[in-house]
Structure formats: structure tokens, C-alpha cells
Design a protein around this ligand. Structure first.
Ligand SMILES: Cc1ncc(COP(=O)(O)O)c(C=O)c1O
Length: 413
């Protein structure tokens, strides 16, 4: 063991990544400056074609951010007041913010405590009018315009049952794949399964720009065309507006940088997956792993077991092609001693973060909807037990060892 020299580990080291690709990135940026085509330059269309290809989707439309990708998708299907949009409360704010901004009502349905993704059974119960929150909303399933499953931390939600429900009840599915570019579900790429796939190029994402950026994938020709018009104020041809859109284009400079980085994405994702496996092995060697059935009720009967143990993310069983490919945007552990672990990591200069400390159904801005914490108990429980540890392609073995030692120190003394 050679951890003596390590005295800090960042949550994410974008500088290390930049040092490896800086020549190519600088050249790409210089080329755009030389061309002076800052808005909708050729690099935007080139990146769109490459992302469409990468995500195995017929169309990809660049936009200004992942938040706008969600907003534009909802606009493309005319979402507005009176519409319900089903989603998870255990996600970044943008998922529900886009719904609320259009005057529609987000309906928060709880997560599967194992994957942290929306639980298809919850969705079914709501649609059948059997979910306890149905009476709160007096909801009619025919008012459900769309469902936004979020592929949290880089793992695709359980899409088959969700798509079956969408067929049966006739609503759109917008995949929030902001954290999951390149992830797979039964051999299919994130963003290619629902009606839309929404991606973010926020700098810390697996494919991050040097500023904001986003992309929408779709297999629907008509919706693709509408999205292209919506992102330029609804204008086509220029200065002729049949619909009201927004200004949400992907900058040419960002597209040029992302084109460079896309070439490395699969290699980086493979390295993230290796680091995740290595963490699992190190936690096992340190005898810190809780029994796997603790996943089922981590805030109830199994809470005690999680006081001096942790649960790593559950590895998708089987082969990535058949069963799934987690791309580990985050490596999130859970423990009933989360706050103790957090304090120790702070002390030991280990970067960490809580995604997310307040689930959306408990956010002040959604107070008028009338949710209580217990309406989505698995999300509430996750918000008090989860902690993201450092994960990035350049993370070293020694750094991982150091992180695991600190976790051990915090819960075993
Ligand atoms: C799940 C999720 N949805 C949406 C977004 C919004 O993306 P952006 O920051 O690019 O607007 C993010 C990331 O920030 C996210 O993690």
C-alpha cells in the first residue's frame, strides 16, 4: 500500500483531462475563431450528426443547455397548463423546473431504492388511479402529457415497463439523459428509447463542454423539425414566426470542443466503470459492505446494518450489451452514517457531494402542490443516506485507496 503521499482527492479533476487533450482543444477553438462563425457554424451540425450516431438516434438537435433540452422537448409536444408530467423527485431541479415553467404540473412518483431511478410500479399505480397521491390531484390519466424518467448517476431507468405504460395510456416519454450519455439499457443507448433524449454538456458531465450546452435526440422527423425551429425563436424562414420559440442554440465553440471530447468518451466511460469496480473491491476488502438485502429497506429494518457499513451502487448484472451499461457519472454510496462519513472526508480533503439533499417534492417552490416527505419515502431516505465519492477517468488506485480508508475511519474509528 502506497497511500502515504496522498493527502487529498478531488471529487472531479477536469484539469487532468484538459492537460491530456489541450492541443486538440486549442486547435478546435482557434479554427472557430478563424472562421468567425460563432452562431450555428458547421461544427454544430457536425457534432449533431456525431451525437445522433453515438446515441443511435436518427436526429440530434443542439441547444443551449440540458435544462433547455427538457424545456424544448416539452414545448415541442405543446405542454402547458392542465397537463400533468410524471417524474421522479430524486433528480436535479431542472427536470421539474422545465415542467413548471410551462405552467404544467409535475407529478412526483417515488424511486426504486436500489437504482435511485423512477419505480415503474409507482407510475402504474398512478395511472390506474390507485396511488395514494391520486386523490390529492384528483388526476385523470388522460391529463398525463408526458413522463420524464431520469437516468440518474449514469444508469438508465427501467425503460421497458415505462414504454409499455406510455403505449397503453398514450403519453410521451422524455428521457432525461443529462447524466447518462453512452449508458445502455438492454443493448439500447440512453436517449434512443423514448420520444426524446435530453443531454447536458455542463462542464462536469461525462461529456462536458467549456461552458453550457445541451442536445436533444429523437427518432420522430416532425418533432425534430419542430425542435430546430423552436430553438431559433420559432422562426422559419428567418424572421417569419409561425410559433413562439426561444433563443437556445449550442455555441459553435462549444460544439468544436465537444467534437474533440466525443472521440474519447467511450474510453473515459470504460475507465469510470473500472474505477467503480475497483471501489467495490476495496470496500469489500475493507469489510465495509452491508448485506445486499439492506438495499430493500435502508431506512427501515436495515438501517442498523447501514450504521457501520455502506452500500455501493449495485452493479448491473449480466453483460453490458444484454443488460445494461452504467457510465458512472457519479459513484454514490449509501450509509445511515452518511454525515459522519462526510465530516471525515472533509477533514481528509476528499471531494464529495450529496446528490440530492432535498428531493423535489420537498422543495419550497413546490410547496403549493401539497406533498409531504412521506409521499415519496424512498426518495426522502436516499436524500439522507447518499454520498457521491470521487470518480473520473484519471482517478488513481492510490487515490481510491485513500478514499476508502477515510470512509472506514469514519464509521469504524
Ligand atoms: C438530471 C439532470 N437533468 C438536467 C440537467 C440540466 O442540465 P444543464 O445544467 O446543462 O442545464 C442536469 C445537469 O445539470 C441533470 O443532472
Amino acid at each position: 500500500m502506497t497511500t502515504q503521499t496522498i493527502d487529498s482527492v478531488p471529487l472531479l479533476d477536469l484539469d487532468a483531462q484538459y492537460r491530456n487533450i489541450q492541443q486538440e482543444v486549442k486547435q478546435a477553438v482557434t479554427d472557430v475563431m478563424e472562421s468567425q462563425q460563432f452562431i450555428m457554424g458547421p461544427e454544430v451540425q457536425e457534432l449533431e450528426d456525431q451525437v445522433a450516431d453515438y446515441c443511435e438516434s436518427p436526429h440530434a438537435i443542439g441547444c443551449a443547455s440540458g435544462s433547455d433540452a427538457l424545456l424544448l422537448s416539452l414545448m415541442a409536444i405543446d405542454t402547458g397548463p392542465g397537463d400533468y408530467v410524471l417524474t421522479t423527485p430524486y433528480t436535479f431541479f431542472a427536470t421539474a423546473g422545465a415542467i413548471a415553467r410551462l405552467g404544467a404540473t409535475p407529478v412526483f412518483l417515488d424511486i426504486d431504492p436500489v437504482t435511485y431511478n423512477i419505480d415503474p410500479e409507482e407510475v402504474r399505480m398512478f395511472l390506474e388511479g390507485k396511488h395514494p397521491i391520486c386523490s390529492k390531484f384528483e388526476a385523470d390519466p388522460s391529463d398525463v402529457k408526458a413522463l420524464i424518467p431520469v437516468h440518474l448517476y449514469g444508469q438508465v431507468a427501467d425503460m421497458d415497463p415505462l414504454m409499455e405504460l406510455a403505449d397503453e395510456y398514450d403519453f410521451y416519454v422524455i428521457e432525461d439523459a443529462a447524466q447518462a450519455i453512452g449508458a445502455e439499457y438492454k443493448g439500447r443507448r440512453a436517449g434512443s428509447i423514448g420520444d426524446f433524449g435530453c443531454f447536458s454538456f455542463f462542464p462536469s458531465k461525462n461529456l462536458g463542454g467549456y461552458g453550457d450546452g445541451g442536445m436533444i435526440t429523437t427518432s420522430n422527423d416532425e418533432l425534430a423539425e419542430k425542435l430546430r425551429v423552436l430553438r431559433v425563436h420559432g422562426s422559419k424562414p428567418k424572421y417569419h414566426h409561425k410559433i413562439v420559440g426561444v433563443n437556445s442554440r449550442l455555441d459553435t465553440i462549444q460544439a468544436a470542443i465537444l467534437k474533440v471530447k466525443l472521440q474519447y468518451l467511450d474510453e473515459w466511460s470504460d475507465r469510470r466503470r473500472e474505477k467503480a469496480q475497483r471501489y467495490r473491491q476495496l470496500f469489500e476488502e475493507a469489510e465495509l459492505l452491508a448485506p445486499t438485502d439492506a438495499r430493500k429497506n435502508p431506512c427501515g429494518e436495515h438501517e442498523q446494518a447501514l450504521r457501520d457499513h455502506i452500500l455501493p451502487p449495485k452493479e448491473v448484472e449480466g453483460s453490458p450489451e444484454q443488460d445494461g451499461r452504467h457510465v458512472y457519472h457519479q459513484f454514490v454510496i449509501r450509509s445511515a452514517s452518511r454525515d459522519l462519513i462526510q465530516n471525515q472526508l472533509k477533514e481528509a480533503n476528499v471531494g464529495h457531494s450529496i446528490y440530492y439533499p432535498v428531493p423535489l417534492h420537498e422543495q419550497e417552490c413546490f410547496g403549493h402542490l401539497g406533498y409531504e416527505a412521506g409521499d415519496c419515502p424512498a426518495s426522502h431516505c436516499a436524500s439522507i443516506q447518499t454520498l457521491a465519492l470521487p470518480i473520473f477517468p484519471e482517478l488513481t488506485d492510490d487515490q481510491q485507496q485513500y478514499v476508502v480508508e477515510q470512509v472506514k475511519k469514519s464509521i469504524r474509528g
